[in-house]
Design a protein around this ligand. Structure first.
Ligand code: BTN
Length: 354
């Protein structure tokens, strides 16, 4: 486990390594942004320069360089020249996310795991202890949880995180929080030029296959939300086979096919950049939660309506076929069937292909 905060010295050392030699390069490469030029170094920075600039000893510089190498960074060292960064690992390290994210009011600290049972459970324990704005990320989860007690397959290459939020909204707005989260995920994926849509309440689909899911665990006090743990799972750089081969028998019945960003784009995505982009989107939608009408309008634009099968508490045997027409002001789904218009507030819907 790694706990990252914004003031880390490691970030300062990494910044200097990344900045080394950049001023000698001509404009456009550098302006493209931090991550485009990664994978090859611009130049060397000496241990002495770093020690002076950061006000730390040469031994401390060496310690940070060794730490970075331990984390998988490739750093070349040459006598008299110093250090050059030549390779960055594909990891969701806290400092990588923070560097990309900059200021963000909904994230104060990031906790990182290579392997964890479920980021959701870690975040829930922290929320119980009164913590706020903590992001828990993991490369892999061994007991990832999905909605309705399903298992969430979480192999390497995905984006699996949980965020503690304490929105000042009443319990009547709970569905709105979940829809707003789906909107943020949908927007982040759309910014990759992929046609993401929301399937009520908060699955995110591309061409009718699920690419992301959202799980929200909450604690209520009186009629207010005390805290919410927002769990987001995005099949980023995972192969579809690695998900499908691990779907358990219990979940097969409700399974309707998965996809991943890598599969849709034909290339891997930069997960650090995607995480930062999504957190910015979440910051935006959460700050507008009070403007319910705006959020609902944006959601309606990307929500999948049409023929559906609704499965509520009674299970598949009691499923009702109808046509999803709209969402209500409280976020419930309005489905027209032979029995009239039904407001769906829980359970799940399956798109019926006519
Ligand atoms: C669903 O569609 O059923 C919701 C899936 C939510 C999965 C995410 S991955 C990060 C977080 N940790 C978990 O154990 N679950 C959520």
């Amino acid at each position: 486990m790694i706990i990252g905060s914004r003031s880390s010295r490691l970030i300062a050392v990494l910044d200097m390594l990344e900045g080394a030699g950049r001023e000698e390069k001509t404009g456009h490469d550098v302006e493209k942004g931090r991550r485009e030029y990664r994978g090859y170094g611009y130049g060397y920075v000496s241990g002495e320069q770093m020690s002076r600039a950061l006000n730390i000893s040469r031994e401390a510089v060496w310690k940070y360089i060794s730490m970075l190498r331990g984390y998988g960074y490739t750093i070349d060292a040459k006598p008299r020249l110093g250090y050059m960064l030549v390779g960055v690992p594909d990891r969701l390290y806290p400092w990588e996310i923070m560097k990309e994210l900059g200021e963000c009011s909904i994230v104060s600290d990031i906790i990182y795991y290579g392997d964890v049972e479920s980021t959701q459970d870690v975040a829930l324990r922290l929320a119980e202890r009164g913590r706020d704005s903590i992001l828990v990320v993991a490369e892999r989860q061994s007991k990832g949880r999905g909605r309705l007690s399903r298992r969430w397959v979480s192999p390497d290459g995905g984006l699996w995180f949980s965020l503690i939020v304490r929105p000042r909204i009443s319990t009547g707005h709970v569905t709105l929080l979940s829809l707003a989260t789906a909107l943020a995920v949908c927007n982040a994926i759309r910014s990759l030029n992929l046609p993401a849509r929301i399937k009520w309440p908060n699955d995110v689909l591309i061409n009718h296959r699920k690419v992301a899911g959202i799980l929200i665990d909450m604690s209520m006090e009186h009629d207010r939300i005390n805290y919410a743990v927002v769990g987001v799972g995005i099949n980023a750089n995972v192969s579809i086979e690695s998900i499908e081969s691990r779907i358990g028998d219990a979940d097969r019945e409700s399974y309707y096919g998965s996809t991943s960003l890598m599969h849709e784009l034909g290339r891997a995505v930069d997960r650090v950049r995607l995480t930062a982009l999504l957190l910015k989107e979440l910051e935006g939608v959460y700050s507008r939660l009070a403007h319910r009408a705006d959020i609902l309008a944006a959601i309606r634009e990307v929500m999948l309506f049409g023929p559906v099968r609704v499965v509520e508490g009674g299970g598949e045997a009691m499923a009702v076929d109808g046509v999803a027409m709209d969402i209500d002001d409280d976020g419930s789904l309005l489905v027209k069937s032979d029995h009239g218009v039904k407001r769906i507030t829980s359970g799940y819907v399956r798109i019926r292909h006519m």
